[in-house]
Design a protein around this ligand. Structure first.
Ligand code: HEC
Length: 183
């Protein structure tokens, strides 16, 4: 099927990650020959709600950092002062502050600084990205572009903005979130 073939490279990468959940068995084998095809390699996103596949349009990853993240699961902005400063502003702009506190230490919503999370996957940047992009069943709304307000496709946070927000969150905790990124 087309979907499987397109994401074969990403599935192949994820299949080699220990502790990876919900990797469709057999997908890598059946379409492994397409690995060298022209389409760029991409990580495979899953929802935090139930681990089902989460499709995010590749064209939304429109900066070098976002493209690197899409290919590797690594957030290049972690530890970068400029990006962290921008991430702080974006965190305020999208009202994350109202629920998670001005320093992400928790308010109505939980603290985001870790190292322990409601969703263990949020210790990784890919996991936290998925949680913010598509939301949870426990009160965290989807913030991804086109998802935050389904009536307005231009509403919501872009991948590049979200990576900066995550870099800012990581600057308050002990984890870089890149420890378990696909390499
Ligand atoms: C209306 C309140 C509200 C807003 C606004 C909000 N959140 Fe949340 N968030 C929550 C709640 C409540 C939870 C707990 C959800 C759960 O446990 O399922 C949560 C959970 C999370 C988690 C998972 C934490 C964990 O322990 O696994 C992350 C990450 C997160 N939010 C990031 C953000 C970011 C980034 C923004 C801004 C783009 C944001 N949130 C905006 C209420 C909010």
């Amino acid at each position: 099927m087309a979907f499987g073939a397109k994401l074969a490279a990403g599935v192949f990468m994820l299949a080699s990650l220990a502790g990876c959940d919900k990797t469709p068995s057999g997908a890598a084998e059946s379409s492994g020959t397409t690995k060298a095809a022209s389409s760029t390699e991409a990580i495979k996103f899953v929802t935090t709600q139930d681990g089902s596949p989460l499709e995010i349009k590749p064209e939304l990853f429109d900066t070098p950092a976002a493209k690197e993240f899409l290919a590797t699961g690594k957030n290049p902005y972690v530890g970068k002062d400029d990006a962290i400063a921008e991430g702080k502003k974006i965190f305020q702009l999208y009202s994350c502050t109202q629920c998670h506190g001005p320093e992400a230490g928790g308010q109505v919503g939980p603290a985001l600084t870790g190292p322990n999370y409601n969703y263990a996957k949020d210790a990784t940047n890919k996991g936290m990205f998925e949680t913010v992009w598509h939301g949870t069943n426990g009160g965290m709304g989807a913030k991804g572009k086109g998802l935050m307000d389904p009536s307005d496709p231009n509403n919501g946070i872009t991948p590049d903005e979200l990576l900066k927000v995550i870099a800012w969150i990581r600057s308050h905790g002990q984890l870089t979130g890149n420890e378990d990124a696909a390499s």
